[in-house]
Ligand binder design. Structure first.
Ligand SMILES: C[S@@+](CC[C@H](N)C(=O)[O-])C[C@H]1O[C@@H](n2cnc3c(N)ncnc32)[C@H](O)[C@@H]1O
Length: 308
């Protein structure tokens, strides 16, 4: 039995979609997954030689310094420390060509064997090209890929005519300076302009930043962690603008989840300027997303917060 028949496409988790990237239409550059290390995986650490608490107290058996080598025990400690969950925060382009949402790429397997990769590509609606030397394997591959195609849920007529170009998920992680984000930011009431009229390139102040943009580039939400002069603690929602048809409260909820993946346990806060907002209930979409009013700044801005 070839080894790849043991590799069951149906058992592949959705996160493996990352193997089959999406690409920018104009230049073909792939989008990349933005990840962050999460909690340690204790079982994995122990299997690799850690003690029950995930640490490692082994000592080098040889005089590694004389050989100008690293301390092998310290290297092992570092590796064990790195055995953590990998959290996907989102996806971002690897180029600046600003061609809009990416399109699914074509998967090529030049050694296709019995077609496990082709079957996964079919399941994830990717175009697949496979090359295989042995006729017998080609037949098996055709059968498996055909079965994977038949097992896919039928697309609705509108989906069939216009297949989704981006993976489901309300937000993608972008970066400060993304021209699509900059355009949305500049239409926000709080956008700052340089006194000398110079064009703005970046739209987030200094500190740790997390820029979220919808795949259609019709909404922007910016998280920024910095030392606030007004004494607010936590992570600031520095801008939120929704020009799309998606519900603002749903976008905020999802952005909160992403923020807490990145900054677990942190208070989140934002300012709303009631003088610049037409709504009789300023901050309504934040409140709908579970935020609460917690005071006012000296200049009259409302402060809203979400607590973990
Ligand atoms: C390990 S299997 C590939 C498994 C496959 N990539 C998958 O994901 O299911 C390697 C395959 O490469 C094929 N192969 C080896 N040399 C080849 C060649 N020059 N051209 C095409 N196929 C070749 C072998 O017949 C074998 O079936």
């Amino acid at each position: 039995m070839p080894y790849d028949t043991l590799y069951d496409p149906a058992a592949i988790p959705a996160s493996y979609r990352g193997y089959f990237e999406e690409v920018q239409v104009t230049c073909g550059a792939p989008w990349k997954r933005v990840t962050e290390k999460g909690a340690p995986i204790a079982r994995w650490q122990r299997r690799c030689g850690a003690d029950p608490s995930g640490g490692y107290n082994g000592q080098p058996g040889k005089a590694y310094g004389e050989a100008l080598a690293q301390d092998p025990a310290a290297v092992k400690r570092r590796i064990l420390e790195g055995l953590r969950e990998r959290l996907t925060l989102g996806w971002e382009p690897t180029c600046d060509c600003d061609a809009g949402p990416p399109v699914p790429c074509t998967v090529l397997d030049p050694f296709a064997g019995s077609g496990a990769t082709g079957a996964v590509a079919a399941r994830l609606s990717r175009t697949f090209i496979g090359i295989e030397l042995k006729e017998e394997y080609c037949r098996i591959a055709a059968g498996r890929i055909g079965a994977a195609l038949r097992a896919r849920p039928a697309a609705s007529p509108s989906e069939a005519a216009n297949p989704p170009a981006v993976r489901p998920g309300l937000w993608q992680v972008s970066r400060d300076g993304d021209p699509r984000g900059l355009a949305l930011y500049q239409r926000h009431y709080s956008a700052r302009r340089y006194a000398d009229g110079r064009p703005r390139r970046l739209f987030v102040g200094p500190g740790e930043k997390l820029v979220l943009i919808t795949p259609e580039a019709d909404a922007l939400l910016v998280w920024r962690k910095f030392r606030s002069r007004s004494g607010e603690r936590g992570v600031n929602c520095a801008a939120f603008r929704n020009e799309g048809t998606g519900k603002s409260s749903a976008l905020i909820r999802e952005a909160v989840r992403i923020a807490w993946e990145r900054w677990p346990g942190e208070r989140l806060y934002t300012y709303v300027n009631p003088a610049k907002i037409e709504s009789p209930n300023p901050g309504y979409c934040f409140k709908r997303a579970g935020w609460r009013s917690c005071g006012k700044t000296r200049s009259g801005l409302l402060v809203l917060e979400a607590l973990p």
